[in-house]
Design a protein around this ligand. Structure first.
Ligand code: ZN
Length: 451
């Protein structure tokens, strides 16, 4: 018998074995491997009317097919067992999911619903995969699924049928970390640009956070602004399960370039790390540029009304247009100096930041701070409203130096944190590596994925 004939026979044998099984669309892993080999060869054959005249035979000889009959025979214990995989669909329930997997096993369903470990299957979100090994009678032999991350820990749930019934275990899974690079240009909005560059929202929000002392993303963005970002992603089973930290970023905003490099002390927890500019100076400053949070939801409306020079003396503040109820954040660490009604200011909170500086937030619909309490930068202290002398919902924000309102754009209060000595040396290596990555992306909005 010629090799080609043997292959075709093997493929036919395999196909009938599969047809005999309860579900042809679910086939065991071993059988799948074999079928690809067999179909690959069968697919090649019709091109060659006379196989001997063509180099096709070379390809066939390289295929690892020592003895197909033995291989098929070795499959027989597994014949009648299938590995099936399904994704959780929106609105799915356990019964529907098991049915799609070809599982008809009330005992298994009961176990999954009642076992403390196995129950976590019920919480799988749409899109998550569940693999199952099922026998010819639809009995579940084993099941496995990657669980949603809990405190940055990845676990795989494994359910197995044993002599004494089902068992379920959660096994730790080592994350597969990758580094991705993206670049983009602002044409209409930040999220339009990050979407176009396929930057996940979680990374876009990190960008906003990283540059929040320098850029008010609600009002400072200009058409033509550009960004580059290098960030970690965590992968499992060939799928990205989450984004990690932004390792480096650059933002060119209205002619100014801001750069950020993540740097953490060696052998220390991630909490001790921070973002630095290329010279090793900490990026985080004493004050946020905007008291209003920026998000995909708020990006459409949050508008900053810049006081024009002639009006500054009368107005002494910056008005942020925003719907009633928008959270207001303390722009810097401090202590609540005042929280209450203040006439024309309406409901107002004043935060003191050391001897020299204070910030005031007026016209609140609701105050969420107590006099004397400590607040951290970014903490919510109230909500946008229209109390006092106000014609519509907005936040009136004052930045005060020695109790006098000043234009915050004219003042830069920086944390005096800079790297030095050996840390600075080590930082320079990290910065050089990131600088190299940036130069790879330089030019236009290319997308580069790298391990
Ligand atoms: Zn105002």
């Amino acid at each position: 018998m010629s090799l080609r004939a043997k292959l075709l026979e093997a493929a036919n044998a395999l196909m009938s074995a599969l047809r005999a099984s309860r579900k042809t669309r679910v086939i065991s892993g071993t059988a799948l491997g074999l079928s690809l080999v067999a179909f690959g060869a069968a697919g090649v054959a019709p091109i060659a009317p006379d196989a001997a005249d063509l180099p096709v035979t070379l390809v066939v000889e390289e295929l690892p097919l020592p003895d197909l009959n033995t291989q098929i025979a070795s499959l027989s214990p597994a014949v009648g067992q299938f590995i099936a995989e399904e994704r959780v669909r929106p609105g799915d329930n356990l019964s529907a999911l098991l049915e799609r997997l070809g599982v008809n096993d009330p005992q298994a369903a009961q176990f999954i619903r009642s076992d403390a470990e196995a129950r976590s299957l019920l919480g799988l979100r749409p899109g998550r995969r569940l693999q199952a090994t099922v026998d010819a009678d639809g009995r579940l032999l084993s099941a496995s699924a990657l669980l949603p991350e809990h405190r940055d820990e990845l676990k795989r749930l494994v359910i197995e049928r044993g002599a004494a019934g089902f068992t379920a275990r959660q096994l730790p899974v080592a994350p597969d970390m990758r580094v991705e690079m993206r670049a983009g240009e602002i044409r209409s909005s930040l999220f339009a640009a990050t979407d176009a560059a396929q930057v996940p929202d979680a990374v876009a929000m990190q960008l906003v956070e990283i540059f929040s002392s320098d850029i008010d993303f609600a009002s400072d963005l200009r058409k033509g602004d550009r960004f580059q970002v290098v960030y970690e992603t965590v992968w499992q089973d060939g799928e990205m399960v989450r984004t990690g930290r932004v390792l480096a970023a650059e933002f060119r905003n209205g002619g100014k370039t801001f750069q950020a490099i993540w740097f953490g002390p060696r052998d220390a927890s991630a909490k001790d790390g921070g973002y630095y500019d290329l010279h090793g100076k900490a990026l985080k400053k004493a004050f946020l540029k905007s008291p209003l949070p920026f998000s995909r939801v708020t990006s459409g409306f949050a508008m900053r009304v810049h006081p024009i020079s002639g009006q500054w003396k009368q107005h002494k503040g910056i008005d942020f247009a925003a719907p009633t109820g928008t959270p207001i954040r303390a722009t810097g660490d401090g202590v609540i100096e005042f929280a209450g009604n203040a006439g024309g200011y309406g409901n107002m909170v004043v935060v003191r930041h050391g001897a020299m500086y204070s910030t005031a937030y007026a016209h609140m619909s609701r105050i969420a701070a107590r006099r004397g309490a400590r607040v951290a930068q970014g903490e919510v202290i109230g909500y946008v409203g229209s109390t006092g002398w106000s014609t519509g919902p907005h936040l009136h924000y004052e930045f005060r130096v020695n109790n006098e309102a000043r234009n915050p754009d004219s003042i830069s209060v920086q944390h005096a944190v800079a790297l030095a000595g050996a840390e600075l040396q080590r930082f320079r290596q990290v910065a050089a590596d990131m600088g190299h990555r940036f130069s790879l992306m330089a030019g236009d909005a290319v997308q580069v994925a790298a391990r």
